[in-house]
Design a protein around this ligand. Structure first.
Ligand SMILES: [Zn+2]
Ligand SMILES: [Zn+2]
Length: 346
């Protein structure tokens, strides 16, 4: 089969490799589509720090069950599935408590739980081997366009589920960054809450579709945004800020538009930082603000986004490339030329 491999620091290549066989408790999925994520670009740019040269990349996958290993029950060949991004163990304390994204057996306090494409071979290939519990049936959904639900869907779903009680009809939520994750965040917010949604991006093309995705007000993320949000909220500012970008200007924006006692969810991995001062001097957060460095999502979050997609409440804009066009897809993502989510189709 063909697979896109991380061949060296910053380089990818399409290689012919043996089609893998599922072991006990595993299934083989014939890949219908594999989503590209900004995290894939981060992996490329880690250089020599990344330990798995030769591994197949891609952590957003969808396809059909193609072969079952021993001891697999509940799945049938031909079932359409998506591949969970977080291969949690299911039995550590975090997993039992429903916090799969903090699974402590595969991960560490500061590390990541096991993730396909970031250790185990990922989905940018014709086939992928998956632990059976992480091949999640999606019924009649198309597994190619459903692939990004596992990350571009689950990641904002998780952040939103952690602030759901704050999203009252009178509340305001600010969404910064309307790309792959952001345009899904808008749809989830429209589906699960009546809060007012203010959407921001620097890119006019990304702002263009925000209203149809559920934003009540769409603003250019420029120097006027802070004042405008303050005015729009009668001087109170935003109850919730979702930063899907995470670069220093967006993190600063989040800090400057969050209300006292509000909540910030840092979701994008742009490398910005948020000062928190234990005192009254200097640039800090308003009193009482709750901040979470949000990572991935839980099995419940995945169930939630699959249900929303099945009911037509969210749909992910996708741009399709063949597996051979992987380099073009990565270049387009890096250059900001992808509207929604890029998908490689084997
Ligand atoms: Zn990702
Ligand atoms: Zn676990």
């Amino acid at each position: 089969m063909r697979a896109v491999k991380l061949t060296g620091p910053g380089t990818l290549g399409l290689e012919e490799v043996a089609t893998p066989e599922p072991g006990p408790g595993q299934v083989r999925v014939r890949v219908a589509g594999a989503g590209l994520c900004h995290s894939d670009l981060h992996v490329l740019h880690l250089g020599d720090a990344w330990p798995v040269f030769g591994g197949t990349v891609g952590h957003e996958g969808g396809g059909w069950i193609d072969a079952l290993g021993d001891d697999v029950t509940g799945l049938t060949e031909g079932d359409a599935v998506v591949v969970s991004v977080i291969w949690s163990c299911g039995s550590c304390r975090a997993c039992i408590e429903g916090r799969d994204n903090a699974c402590t057996v595969a991960g560490t306090r500061t590390g990541l739980p096991l993730t396909p494409g970031l250790g185990p071979d990922g989905s940018m290939a014709e086939y992928i081997i998956v632990p059976a519990r992480h091949a999640v049936p999606i019924g009649a959904l198309d597994p190619a366009t459903a692939a990004p639900l596992t990350d571009a869907g689950v990641t904002p779903m998780h952040a939103i589920n952690t602030v759901l009680d704050r999203l009252t009809p009178a509340a305001t939520v600010v969404v910064i960054g309307l790309g792959g994750l952001g345009h899904v965040a808008l749809q989830i917010l429209a589906a699960v809450s009546a809060a007012r949604v203010i959407a921001l991006d620097t890119d006019p093309a990304k702002r263009a579709s925000a209203a149809e995705h559920g934003a009540d007000l769409v603003l250019d993320s420029n120097e006027h945004a802070v004042e405008r949000i303050l005015t729009e909220t009668d001087g109170v500012d935003a109850d919730v800020v979702l930063d899907l970008v995470g670069v220093q200007p967006t993190v600063d924006l989040a800090r400057r538009v969050v209300a006292a006692e509000g909540a910030i969810r840092l979701i994008g991995l742009g490398g910005g930082s948020l000062p928190v001062n234990a005192g009254v001097e200097g640039e800090s957060l308003p009193w009482g603000v709750n901040v979470q460095r949000s990572y991935g999502g839980t099995r419940q979050d995945l169930v939630d986004v699959i249900a929303l997609a099945q009911r037509g409440r969210i749909s992910i804009e996708t741009v399709t490339y063949s597996l051979e066009q992987f380099q073009q897809a990565f270049d387009d993502l890096e250059a900001g030329r992808v509207a929604g989510r890029a998908i490689l189709v084997p």
